[in-house]
Ligand binder design. Structure first.
Ligand SMILES: *Cc1c(COP(=O)(O)O)cnc(C)c1O
Length: 499
């Protein structure tokens, strides 16, 4: 744009949309062209080939007035596109078109949620949306508070920070704590790794997290939690928080929330429920009962960029009682001066770890208004139905071995090689997944779980695309079996496996 002379146009104001329109047409055309060129869930070839392609497009002297088109086409060509039914590895959802359009409005206007005078309507909108989401969780909306976050990682950090500050008091000098007050966080062995990271960032150390055993579906054992809490106290440490997971990342297992709440209460510990994945179940009448007890949490993490069809980021952090938010409060004379607040200008600064913050609430508010909870619930149910179909299809296929019945939208299984031995099973499953990725035919998840039979490697389908059909799932499973047979009959690890 600058090449033609003059200052490049802006996206805002009454002239912004007119400047954006031709650029959007160009972007949308490039998105379609890139997707056509890719032709599947992911481009064929490995990382080295794609990096060469990126270098090729970036080479050349700037300025390039076709940079938007060329780079967008490259981005789309080189995408792992969750809108393709064969892209089903991670908690990586295909965003709804309406949510993306709403997010474009946010990008164009660029409100920042740290002070009212940078985001007048967006501030009120975020506050109203959070009251709606608090009600969805079962928190009393008038007493609850929260904020949009970058996701479960940030929400978990915030929950554990408030837990630390409530139990130990703000601004703790951890070195000076007597041994009897050494803080401990109790979480299941299948809790998200961000819990350990949060403990490290909060100055408690990763070893402050005590991990409680899980069953083979990754659900925390309630008796084991009771034992862990009793032992913590017996050792002279202080259990500051229990982290319950509502929807583990791998299996979608939900910890016994009511029991967790009872035990946390008995020990004076904060209960943080990490519902980054499972929180989406609250949208569905069928699945919401899985999360019974979540309303007893002190804080909750929800991620609508997982089971919620929002472009990242759409994390939500909620606390049941606003007063417990105290240690995050900040007064910055240039953002939220006391006299402005007294005059009725609210500020969200003291609710977030961040300062400049996108209006991520907007796309979610638009989506909820457009579809309503029933509309979103129907999408959750569609993905749950797909998981049930996939599990039945795996069970009916002798070459595949189902790990367990799906609870949410994830199905775990493995290819069962004719050859014996745990190494063979693990190596073949890992390699067949890499080959599917390399050929660009499918993006399938891989994890490791205990269980009966040889080996630990499992394949994973995380089904978040409500447009996927049962026939798509059948094709994907057939592809996995075919690839497994090919790997099994190949003489050794292939080039594709190492790329
Ligand atoms: C995905 C996930 C997280 C991390 O969330 P981000 O949005 O990626 O930061 C935390 N906990 C659970 C259970 C998750 O599935």
């Amino acid at each position: 744009m600058t090449a033609a002379g003059g200052t490049p146009p802006l996206s805002g104001g009454s002239g912004g949309p007119a400047a954006l329109r031709p650029l959007l047409d160009e972007t949308l055309d490039a998105l379609a062209a890139g997707a056509r060129l890719r032709g599947g869930p992911v481009p064929p070839g490995g990382p080295a080939e794609l990096a060469r392609e990126v270098d090729r497009v970036l080479t050349g002297e700037g300025p390039d007035r076709h940079a938007l088109r060329r780079l967008t086409e490259l981005l789309a060509y080189g995408a792992a596109d969750p809108a393709d039914p064969a892209c089903a590895a991670h908690l990586h959802c295909p965003p709804l078109a309406v949510a993306v359009a709403a997010d474009l409005a946010v990008s164009a206007l660029n409100p920042s949620q740290d002070s009212w005078d940078q985001a007048p309507a967006a501030t009120a909108l975020e506050t109203a949306l959070l009251a709606e989401l608090a009600a969805l969780v079962g928190f009393p909306p008038a007493a609850a508070a929260g904020v949009l976050t970058s996701g479960g990682t940030e929400s978990n950090l915030m929950g554990l920070m408030l837990a630390r500050d409530r139990v130990l008091g703000g601004a703790v000098e951890l070195d000076g704590l007597p041994p009897g007050r050494r803080p401990r966080i109790i979480a299941s062995a299948a809790a998200h790794f961000s819990v350990q990271r949060a403990a490290a960032l909060l100055g408690l150390g990763e070893r402050a997290v005590r991990s409680v055993p899980v069953d083979r579906d990754q659900r925390m054992d309630g008796d084991a939690l009771a034992d862990a809490l009793a032992e913590t106290v017996w050792e002279g440490a202080t259990p500051i928080a229990v982290v319950a997971t509502a929807g583990t990342t791998d299996t979608g297992a939900v910890d016994p929330l009511g029991r967790c709440a009872d035990l946390a209460e008995r020990h004076g510990a904060w209960l943080h429920v990490d519902a980054a994945y499972g929180g989406g179940a609250l949208l569905s009448d069928r699945l919401a009962p899985l999360l019974d007890g979540i309303a007893r949490a002190d804080s909750v993490a929800l991620d609508f960029h997982k089971l919620g069809w929002q472009p990242a980021a759409a994390g939500v952090f909620l606390v049941r009682c606003e007063e417990t938010y105290a240690s995050l409060a900040r007064r910055a004379v240039y953002l939220n001066p006391a006299d402005d607040e007294q005059a009725g200008y609210p500020s969200l600064l003291g609710l977030s770890l961040r300062t400049t913050r996108r209006a991520d609430a907007f796309k979610l508010a638009v989506t909820l208004r457009t579809l309503g909870r029933p509309g979103l619930g129907a999408l959750v149910d569609a993905c749950h139905d797909l998981a049930l179909h996939a599990a039945a299809a795996v069970r009916a296929e002798p070459a595949l071995d189902l790990h367990g019945d799906p609870l949410l939208t994830t199905v775990l299984f493995r290819y069962r090689p004719a050859t014996d031995g745990p190494d063979a099973a693990d190596r073949i499953n890992a390699e067949l997944r890499r080959r599917l990725l390399h050929t660009g035919r499918a993006v399938v998840g891989r994890t490791e779980l205990p269980g009966t039979g040889p080996g630990r490697v499992r394949l994973k389908l995380t089904l978040l695309n409500p447009h996927t059909s049962p026939a798509d799932i059948d094709r994907l499973l057939a592809d996995i079996v075919r690839q497994g047979r090919e790997v099994e009959s190949a003489p050794g690890p292939s080039r594709a496996a190492q790329d």
